[in-house]
Design a binder for this molecule. Sequence first.
Ligand code: FEO
Ligand code: CA
Ligand code: CA
Ligand code: CA
Length: 517
Amino acid sequence: STKRLNELKAFVLKGLMSSDKDDLLLANGLNYHTVVKWGDKISETDTFGFNNDFTCFIPFDENNPKDGLLWVNHEYVNQLFVSGFDKSKYENPLEHRTIEQVDKEMYHVGGSIVRIKEKNGVWSVVKNDSHNRRITAKTPIKLNWDSPIKGKTTVIGTNSNCSGGITPWKTFITCEENYNDCFGETVYDANNKASHKPSRYGWEHFYNYPPEHFGWVVEVNPKDGTAQKHIALGRFAHECCTLYELEDKRVVAYSGDDKNNEHLYKFVSSKPGSLKEGTLYVADTINGKWLALDWENQSVLKNKFKDQTEVLVRAREAAKLLGATALNRPEDIEIDPITGHIFITLTNNKPKGDVHGSILKIEETHGNFDALTFKASTYMAGGEENGFSCPDNLAFDMSGNLWITTDMSGNAMNRTDKPYLPFKNNSLFVIPRLGKDAGKVIRVASAPRDAELTGPWFSPDGKTLFLSVQHPGEQTKNLNNPTSTWPFDKDNIPKPAVVAIQGDLIEKMNKLNQIES
Ligand code: FEO
Ligand code: CA
Ligand code: CA
Ligand code: CA
């Protein structure tokens, strides 16, 4: 095996150039096949939803990494594709909305559970498996809290499911991000008087539910699809939720609020194996302190809010009162499996002049995940020098190589937004930890037009990278002339899909830890 080691040591990763081609391009040594796409039938009654984002795979049996349940988030809909509603046609779009359109839109968000199996190197959905099901904006979900929220202990469903995570007890976590697009938001003036800010989709005109029922971390039981919203983790535009199990089995959960000048949070549970009770903290990255959103012990919160429930529902306001640091849109978070350092993408903050974003690194004091102090530093900045812009999702493989996807938003792709021109289509990059290319940022996949690559997740044997191709052809104005036709179906309609990426490059990357640095 000395020969094999020498081969690994000599392994040079050849990356891709940036590209605006309408295709999913992969570096040499990689191949892909589609596992499931928008509109696929997954059971007698259900079809796969729209705009797949986070993916997560849990095998039935730890000894067989090739058969298990895939969870996929369906973040939001493109109304033109999903319900046929074309708001560009109307001066007052709301007057032309129908309940049938809204019902279609509500069906296509949430998440999917599908049993998938690998046979001869190809992953496919086990059609009509009893586990296959949809969770939608109309799947009733319990609130895991002792008092009702706006009068309810069970809410209509989930929406805006962006990224997520997995619990140590093997359940799925899906996070409600831009919930204000669906039912709007409650906003407060200087006198603490509440008013309703309307949503983008206008669902509240057909289904009048309070915004406070959304913006939570949701846990889904893979076996039966039952779900619960964890109030203790606070309410904001949760991008993701990344969990770590302490030695005594209590859990630590990191989550970012993806909005300009919002914050990074950490929850530490008080009981093992549960997200119901514990303390929610927010980061002061200047002084390296975790600040507790604790009504009982923080007079500044006691003066403003009536109880801990209100602190959690209005977590953003509570965080600011405590002196939390305004961050440049914190998105995904991953824990380096080798060093235990925590990596957070700060995608950008255009009004503040940060167009390319960066990756933030947090080192908890003495490596204790429940520490109340930490050190923050910039791990890497986006921009032309490092070759990527607007980092969004992160994933570590078994060797501690860091995989990064980018999200230059829609207008970055229509060739008018200058700083983004050199980067062309959104991409997937890897930063090798060891070997000849250690520390370099290498482009390994380039997305179809208007698409974003999201939800990178490695199979348990490290041989497959599941990846979502989200919103191909998003800028389409007319379905007869879409801006992308990926995945090149006969109907020429672009479709979000989950792909399985495999090949020698992934296998070699996963074995890099066998060589000396
Ligand atoms: Fe849904 Fe912040 O990405
Ligand atoms: Ca994201
Ligand atoms: Ca991730
Ligand atoms: Ca994003």
